[in-house]
Design a protein around this ligand. Structure first.
Ligand SMILES: [Zn+2]
Length: 211
């Protein structure tokens, strides 16, 4: 798996209202007011300058692990402050640990809001799930077509399951034996051209007679 280099747009979009709510609560109350709380850098507490190389806003991974995308690990910082922290500024690293502690406390006190936000994310992604199902069942169908033919009329079910899981993971990064078992049950039901046959206690997938 490649290491994530930066946050995806989806994660930024989902986390932005939560970071505002947590770190800049007044900004949400007084958006119309010129004196509203403008977001500032979590380290130096100075304003961001849009488009400025050093003082623009960046998504800060407080624990320095860019693959750790939990809300408690994310905050907004100047590009420069972020770089300073990563390059051995111990004061900033201690400060980051402090912020992580506060963020975790905040999450413990706002569990209800966070879980409703989490529901919103899953609601917006039913398609991804469906796309994966289609792609994975396609892999299963192709696998059986490839392995079971006139020369090789049967194939061990157990190996088919884990080989299909492996191919699914290679293709989409997802795949589980449980889901693949489901696809194989479907492909071997009486409506379809395959069936399961037990030989000496071991299950094999075969082609139905006449198919
Ligand atoms: Zn700063």
């Amino acid at each position: 798996m490649p290491v994530a280099k930066s946050l995806t747009i989806r994660i930024k979009k989902q986390r932005t209202p939560l970071v505002l709510k947590r770190d800049y609560p007044l900004s949400l109350l007084y958006l119309e007011d010129p004196c509203y709380e403008e977001p500032t850098c979590c380290y130096c507490e100075q304003r961001f300058i849009l488009g400025h190389t050093l003082w623009k806003k960046t998504w800060e991974h407080l624990n320095n692990d860019k693959t750790c995308e939990y809300l408690w690990n994310l905050a907004w910082a100047h590009w420069k402050c972020n770089q300073d922290k990563m390059h051995d500024n111990f004061d900033l690293q201690f400060l980051a640990q402090d912020i992580i502690r506060k963020n975790k406390e905040w999450e413990a006190n706002h569990d209800f809001e966070l879980s409703s936000e989490r529901e919103k994310i899953t609601d917006t992604h039913p398609h991804t799930e469906i796309d994966l199902n289609i792609a994975h069942s396609q892999v299963a169908t192709e696998y059986l077509a490839e392995k079971i033919n006139n020369t090789n009329p049967q194939y061990p079910e157990e190996d088919a399951i884990y080989s299909i899981v492996t191919r699914c993971r290679r293709l989409t990064g997802h795949g589980s034996a449980q889901a693949v078992r489901g696809y194989l049950k479907e492909l071997t039901c009486s409506e379809n051209k395959y069936a399961i046959e037990k030989v000496k206690g071991k299950k094999f997938i075969i082609r139905r007679t006449g198919q």
